[in-house]
Structure formats: structure tokens, C-alpha cells
Design a binder for this molecule. Structure first.
Ligand code: 13P
Length: 248
């Protein structure tokens, strides 16, 4: 069975005062039955790691450059994230694909850089609303997965996050049948490419996951956790999602 993961993506939100949410999470989940990850803005990674002080919450970045260092103003390398204390990095989020024109090839190269720096990768895929309406969801997601995931990954170094673009930050969630269809297709593709390891890789659902809908989503086959945006910013909300995943 894949390891279960509740991952929070703070996006461009949070400041030093937000670290109090981490204290509350640690207090609520001193010995969680699942893996917990928070990906704050890069400026908070080192402070967050210190604040967690060996507790059961991992910290990750939200993207990294393809190069280890160099003349890339404003960017951050995988080894910089690792040195700050990050263990994971989210790659290919739809907001990066849209805002920064990241292609599958770029994301694959970022993932290779992340693996070289010893980071675990969470690679995001997902269709737009127009693509779902045109009934090409599985082709789009399958193409992103094939193009973005590098060779040589294991269940320890790759987690896939299925995030339908139209469900992010909108309060709209696919039906459980729709989630199942895509997660089953991702699982089949991972097993086809990586064999037994593909059966152990966690597949997260992301897009408007809240404490109130988490249990229903986690009951779907091949849903091994969630990548949570808005509801990861407040410990009380994220805690409800963690508890739902522990009970799934
Ligand atoms: P929301 O949970 O705010 O919909 O965001 C999902 C997401 O994009 C996580 O990466």
C-alpha cells in the first residue's frame, strides 16, 4: 500500500506569524498515523523546520529551477531548498504551468534536479475545464504524467498529485466517480512504466479539499491523500483533513 500523505501548499501566503499554525498542528497530531507535509513560501522554510524541531511534519518547497546554480534572477535551486531543510518539492503545479509557462519537459528537468539534490518530488497534473468539457481529461493527464515524470523514480521519490484546474480554489470538486476514473488511470500508467514500484507510489487528489468533503474523497480507490491549498493555511481546517485521512 502507498504511504498516505496530507500535504499543504501555502502558495504565496503566510508570514512569520503563520508559524503559530504549525505549533497548533504539532499539538493536535503529536504522533500522526500518516505523513504530513507543509510547503510554505521559500522564505519560511528554514524557520518552519526549526519550529518543528524534529516533530512529525515535513517541510517542502513549491518549485525549483532545473539548474543547480547560476544566473537565474529570482529563482531557487533544489539544493538551496534542501539546505534550508526541505525534504520535498512540489513541481508542475497548474499555477506554475500557467503563470510561468512551465512545460512537461521543464518539469521533468526540475524533477531531475530535485532528485539529484535528494528531494522527494510531488508532480502535479490536471485538466482545465475546457479539456474536461471536450472529454480529453485522460489524454491530457496521461500526457502530462508521461512528459513530466523522469525515469528512475521510486515510491520514495515520486508522489503524483491530480489537481483538476477547475477545482482549485473554486469550491467545486469532481464527483467521486470522476476522481476514481483519473486516479485509476494514473495508477495503471505508473504500474505500466515502473512495475511494482508504481503500485506503491502515492497519488494525491487536490482541488477544494476541505474537512467536510475529505472523508468522501479519501474513500475513493487509489486516493492516497490530498494536496491542500486554502484549507492548509489554518491548523483547525488542515487538522480535520489529517484526521479524515488517518481514518480512511
Ligand atoms: P485549494 O485547496 O485551495 O483548492 O488549492 C488546491 C491546490 O492547488 C493545492 O496545490
Amino acid at each position: 500500500m502507498p504511504r498516505k500523505l496530507a500535504a499543504g501548499n501555502w502558495k504565496m501566503n503566510g508570514d512569520g506569524a503563520s508559524l503559530a499554525e504549525i505549533d497548533a498542528l504539532l499539538q493536535a497530531h503529536p504522533a500522526p498515523g500518516i505523513d504530513i507535509l507543509i510547503c510554505p513560501p521559500a522564505t519560511l522554510i528554514e524557520r518552519m523546520v526549526r519550529r518543528i524541531a524534529g516533530g512529525a511534519i515535513a517541510v517542502g518547497g513549491q518549485t525549483c529551477h532545473t539548474a543547480a546554480s547560476g544566473a537565474h534572477t529570482g529563482d531557487i535551486s533544489a539544493s538551496m531548498l534542501a539546505e534550508a531543510g526541505a525534504s520535498h518539492v512540489i513541481l508542475g503545479h497548474s499555477e506554475r504551468r500557467a503563470d510561468h509557462g512551465e512545460s512537461d519537459g521543464t518539469i521533468r528537468a526540475q524533477a531531475e534536479a530535485a532528485l539529484a539534490a535528494g528531494l522527494r518530488t510531488i508532480i502535479c497534473v490536471g485538466e482545465t475545464e475546457a479539456e474536461r468539457d471536450a472529454d480529453v481529461t485522460l489524454e491530457v493527464v496521461g500526457g502530462q504524467l508521461a512528459g513530466s515524470v523522469p525515469d528512475g523514480v521510486t515510491a520514495g521519490t515520486l508522489t503524483v498529485a491530480y489537481e483538476p484546474v477547475w477545482a482549485i480554489g473554486t469550491g467545486r470538486v469532481p464527483t467521486t466517480d470522476q476522481i476514481a476514473q483519473v486516479h485509476d488511470a494514473i495508477r495503471a500508467q505508473l504500474v505500466d512504466r515502473f512495475g511494482d514500484a508504481g503500485a506503491e507510489m502515492a497519488i494525491l487528489y487536490g482541488g477544494s479539499v476541505k474537512p467536510g468533503n475529505a472523508a468522501e474523497i479519501f474513500a475513493v480507490a487509489n486516493v492516497d491523500g490530498a494536496l491542500v491549498g486554502g484549507a492548509s493555511l489554518k491548523a483547525a481546517d488542515f487538522s480535520g483533513i489529517i484526521t479524515a485521512l488517518e481514518g480512511a
